[in-house]
Structure formats: C-alpha cells, structure tokens
Design a protein around this ligand. Structure first.
Ligand code: LMR
Length: 395
C-alpha cells in the first residue's frame, strides 16, 4: 500500500524547533518559530492563565463534548475582544464565532467554507505571507493569487498592494493580516487601511482577516482597529482569531472563526455550513483553552491581570527591537536595519538573504527562517550584543 508514498520536506518553521533542540552550542539562539520568550528563555504561562486553570480544576463538572460551534461564552467574549464591547454587529445578531483548534483551525475552516460554499473564488495572499496560508488553501483546492507587500528594498509597498488588489476579479477573497504581519512585521497605517477598504468595496471582495497577534502590535484595542473598521463598513467579513500568542495558550489550540454577515438569517445559514464542515474536520473543538479564555475574559480581575501581562510582553518585544537596532550602530548597520525598530509584533523581515541566514546558523547557531524572518520575541537583552555581532559578521 505504501510503496508509492514519497517524502515531503519538513515544515519550514516547526522544523527549526527540532534543529535548534539538537544543537549543542551553549550560545545558540532561537529566532525561528513565533513564540514569545521571557528573560529566562522560557515561553511562560501567564499568571492569569494559571489562576483560571486552577479555578477550572475546582469548578469543572464535565468533560462531555462542547457543541459544534464550541463554548458559547468563549465565542461571545472573544467577539467583544475583537470587535469591541457593545459593538453594533452583535446587537443586530450579525456576528457569530465558531471555536476552532487555534488560528490555523480557523483558517482551515474558512478555507473549507470558501472551497465548498463559494466555489470559483480565488484567495489573494500578500507576497510574502505565512507559508501555511499557501498550503492550507491548496489542500482544499482553492486557487491562490498574490498581491505585492514589500518592495525590493524591504519596505512596505502600499501602492503596489493597492494597484494589484484593484485588478483582482470581482468577488474574490482577500486575506489580510490585521496587525503584526507574518512574516514581515510591516503593518498598514490607518490611512492605508482606509484605502484598502475602498478597493475591497470597489472590487466587492470578501475580506478574510487573519488576527493572530492581537495585543502584540500597538495594544489590544489599537490592533483591532482595522478589523473593526471593516466589520462596521462591510456587510460580510471573516476573521480568524487566535489565542495562542496573546494568552500564551499555544499548545491548547484555541481560536475562532468569526463571521460577520448581512443579517441574522444569513448568519444562521453560514453558521450551519461551518458546523457541518467542522464536524467533518474535527467534530467538536478542544475545550480547555477556550474555557481558560472565557474564565479570564469573564472576570474583571483576571482580565485586568491578563491585560497587564500581555502589555508587558508587547513592550518587551518593542524594546528588544530598539535595542537590536542600537546594538547594530557600532557596526555602521543601524540605518540599514532601522526597519526592525519600525516593524510591529514578533516578526522582523530582516532583509538578510538565505545565504546570510544559513551562515548565521552554521557559524553562530542563530536560527531564523531562511526567508530572513527573525522572531524578535525569541531574543533576550543579554543576547542582543551577540546577535548584532553575528549579523555584522555575515553582512
Ligand atoms: C509562526 O509563524 O512562527 C507561528 O505562526 C507559528 C506557526 O504555527 O508557524
């Protein structure tokens, strides 16, 4: 049976975790997969999560299945977090959340919905984008196209992006990164978003907004600005929300596909399809992470604690960015890498070539994605000088 089964290369991002683990160099540095690390090099469980988990151990009464859309309280609280408390869509019954195994599960569910219920639509991705965006739509047979995002000089190219989107066939789907663009770290300004919205309206596009890093850019509310703009201005929007990074729940696979529809009748239609697809994909979602998030968001003091911890993570990454640029100054490289300080979120498209990335790994045990994407959130202040020196050596 298996004689004809060949091999595919390992995942370009998760594979780095394994390679890093095997590296015996005591000064190795992991800037690969997008996880936050603290000063001890650990990916911590937020205190708010620990407290919520303790509460759940005491109060949880059953492990029976949650429904196809998951935990309803989680869904409502997440909608508030994403669209803002008291948002008009909720009052009008125009928005619903389907709990998914992480943000990737939400994307997979959205892809399934597009493939089965919106046949013939292409999905337009930024070039570059998270590699799994590419494979995930291919897996369901949805064709993808690309719009430019950065120019040859490694700067955000909003004009090229808008010009390309203006050529997209009417009614197609456009995938947008709400904030903390993965892999580049270049985010759109509010004025840029307004212009993207204009094109989306003109071309009657369906926005699929990937919102995996809420709270890591400019703040919880600020990062949601574009999502809220689109949800207010358009009849239909899809949002994939992840609790992996902002709640530190990575392995608990916690997220949701949030659907905004024209009215509550249409929302019910769409949600019936999502429940059907989800049943075929994973039946019902894993419960624990969502229960933790619902516990935190539903309790004023736990929520305040979480907001504080998230803000601490966000600030640390922002400071690491500035620290790295400063450390590159003595090598005459501060200007060349100034964009690291301007980018947002965990990632930086450094502009380093695949050859330079390979040298960083071979000579300094510094791991980053071959495209030159560095996870700044994997750095520590005690290692900034080492990294600057290594970068200077390969430049
Ligand atoms: C990343 O891009 O590193 C993160 O989104 C983690 C992942 O699943 O790839």
């Amino acid at each position: 049976h298996f004689a004809r089964v060949g091999r595919v290369p390992g995942d370009p991002i998760l594979g780095l975790m394994d390679a890093f683990r095997l590296d015996t160099n005591p000064t190795k540095l992991d800037l690969g997969v997008g996880v936050y690390k603290d000063a001890r090099g650990l990916t911590p469980i937020p205190q708010a999560v620990k407290l919520a988990e303790q509460r759940l151990v005491d109060l949880e009464t059953t492990k029976t299945y949650v429904g196809g859309h998951g935990d309803a309280a989680f869904g409502r609280l997440l909608i508030d977090l994403v669209l803002g408390t008291g948002n008009r869509l909720e009052a009008a019954g125009r928005v619903g959340a389907t709990q998914t195994p992480g943000g990737t599960g939400a994307l997979r569910l959205a892809a399934e919905f597009i493939a089965r219920n919106l046949p013939g639509r292409r999905v337009w991705l930024s070039d570059p984008t998270w590699p799994i965006h590419e494979t995930l739509f291919a897996a369901v047979g949805v064709e993808v196209g690309h719009y430019p995002y950065v120019d040859a000089g490694n700067r955000l190219d909003i004009e090229a992006m808008l010009a390309a989107l203006d050529q997209v066939p009417l009614g197609d789907v456009v995938l947008l990164h709400a904030c903390c663009h993965n892999p580049t770290g270049f985010d759109l300004s509010q004025a840029d978003w307004q212009r993207v919205l204009d094109v989306v309206k003109r071309r009657e596009l369906l926005p699929l907004i990937d919102f995996a890093y809420q709270g890591f850019g400019d703040g919880l509310e600020q990062d949601a600005w574009a999502v809220r703009l689109f949800a207010e201005a358009l009849p239909e929007v899809l949002v994939t929300s992840s609790c992996s990074k902002n709640f530190g729940l990575y392995r608990e696979r916690t997220g949701a596909l949030i659907v905004c529809a024209e009215d509550s009748e249409k929302l019910t239609d769409v949600r019936s399809q999502l429940a059907f697809h989800a049943r075929n994909l994973w039946s019902t979602p894993p419960a624990h992470g969502a229960a933790v998030v619902a516990t935190i968001l539903g309790d004023a003091s736990l929520k305040a604690q979480w907001v504080k911890e998230l803000e601490g993570m966000r600030k640390r990454v922002a400071d690491l960015r500035l620290g790295l640029v400063e450390a590159l100054q003595p090598y005459g490289l501060a200007e060349r890498f100034a964009h690291i300080g301007e980018q947002r979120g965990m990632f930086s498209y450094t502009g380093l070539s695949p050859e330079q990335v390979a040298r960083l790994r071979a000579e300094f045990s510094v791991y980053m994605v071959s495209t030159g994407r560095a996870n700044v959130a994997g750095l520590d202040f005690s290692r900034i000088q080492d990294l600057a020196k290594a970068i200077a050596a390969v430049c």
